[in-house]
Design a protein around this ligand. Sequence first.
Ligand SMILES: Nc1nc2c(c(=O)[nH]1)N[C@H]1C(S)=C(S)[C@@H](COP(=O)(O)O)O[C@H]1N2
Ligand SMILES: [Mo]
Length: 525
Amino acid sequence: MSSFRTTVTRAGLGALSGLLAGCTALAVAELTAALVRPAAGPVTVVGGAVIDRTPAAVKDFAIRTFGENDKLVLQLGILVLLGLFAITLGMLALRYRRAGTAGVLLFGIIGGAAALSRPDSAGAADVLPSVAGAVAGAAVLYLLAGKAEPISAPNPAEDRRGGWSRRGFLNAAAATAAVAATAGALGRVLSGERGQGAVASRKALSLPDPASPAPALPAGTQLKVDGISPFTTPVRDFYRVDTALAVPMVDAATWRLRIHGKGVTGPRTHTLDELLARPLIERDITLTCVSNEVGGPYLGTARWLGVPLAELLREAGVRPPSQGGTADQLVARSVDGMTLGSPVEDVMDGRDAILAVGMNGEPLPFDHGFPVRMLVPGLYGYVSACKWITDIELTTFDAYDPYWVKRKWARRAPIKTQARIDTPKPFARPAAGPVTIAGVAWAQHRGITRVEVRIDEGPWKDADLALQAGVDTWRQWSYPWQAAPGGHTITVRATDGTGQVQTEQRARTIPDGASGWHSVFVTVP
Ligand SMILES: Nc1nc2c(c(=O)[nH]1)N[C@H]1C(S)=C(S)[C@@H](COP(=O)(O)O)O[C@H]1N2
Ligand SMILES: [Mo]
């Protein structure tokens, strides 16, 4: 009985020691990261390494299942796993003090290796947080495991429960918890301060007026239908897709963009002020993610303000392949090491490829790439829309595969023609009688010329089209339906500016974007 209780108590002590050691390790690591390199926190680097090694299909599943919470789920998963390992090591340490302690150090090595494997790794400095954390965690575990040893000296009964010194252990545990909490809080404050410079630089930024403003949207671009996506997506509703576990906080004052590589006769480095001093253009452009399923949410339209990219390239001596240029791929690189490759021909063919500084009238939000991101109308985001851009290298498709291409996504990915039903929602129960079916259709840089709706297996009927703002944006549509009682399948398809009807052929998002018709099932009671 008593020996059973002793066993349980000792297991609990081990678990507690392990958890405290784990918390200390994490807190010290995050504090060190805040001091030397915020991007090298252990959860960030391990999470980043996991993201980079996740097979495309699993990543696709994660985006589908957890949506924009995918990163939160990953981070929580890492913390839970770490917690379980810490508990195990703690219990091990009570029996084998050295082995348990060494286990904690092993985690430091894993964290350090993960940090070094990051594309934006700055080398040795990135290893420091994990190593410092592991050493602190190991020390704590060694200490606590010692305190939880059975003590042999005779002692007053109140000081002994099941053979261990209760007071000694509890004091040490409390001290450890206090140290971990302080280190963690300090790390928080420091990394918060790090971002302050970037936040201040964004606040101080006043966007110049565009030399070429976007035309005012004609009233007919926006249909008056409840439940339809607004033509311009508010920033707070704009989808976000990226691999950044910690959103890069870039200070506009120190930001630079370098343009170099094959066929560049005059390599350049631009500051933000230099870009802002140039004539800016303002354009409505619909951005779409290649991970968007048929009917999915990963697209949005914003009014972007920025520098025409082709002009910058021409000034640097770049020519498109059709004019004898030797580079056919433009690789954009972000401050966090992401690489995205676009065809030079597309960027320079006269379309509004831009380095954007503004989104819907405000400086780019940090989530969407502050201070500067790239956009190329007509191409999926992963081959064009580099956020937090800092480097443009001219190269060839033969010579270099950017991040997603290394992971089996297509080298070239023009956006596929798609239509989406926004209302009614799937499994809605609209009353019999007039029901307005409505949504958006997109085929960026080709435009939308027709949208058709089909009820059940009936004939295709033309939907009413909103005015087309331009070939680079989506177009709203609506269809007046007389709903009869029963279950109905509503299907939609679009035709693009080249006369091509949207294919019925179902394709997965991998490797170059989903295709097929969107349909919604509703029940009319
Ligand atoms: N630096 C960086 N830029 C990036 C990405 C990224 O992971 N890192 N993701 C790309 C992808 S896949 C898309 S769809 C768009 C999404 O832009 P948004 O988050 O502003 O909507 O950004 C692109 N630019
Ligand atoms: Mo994307």
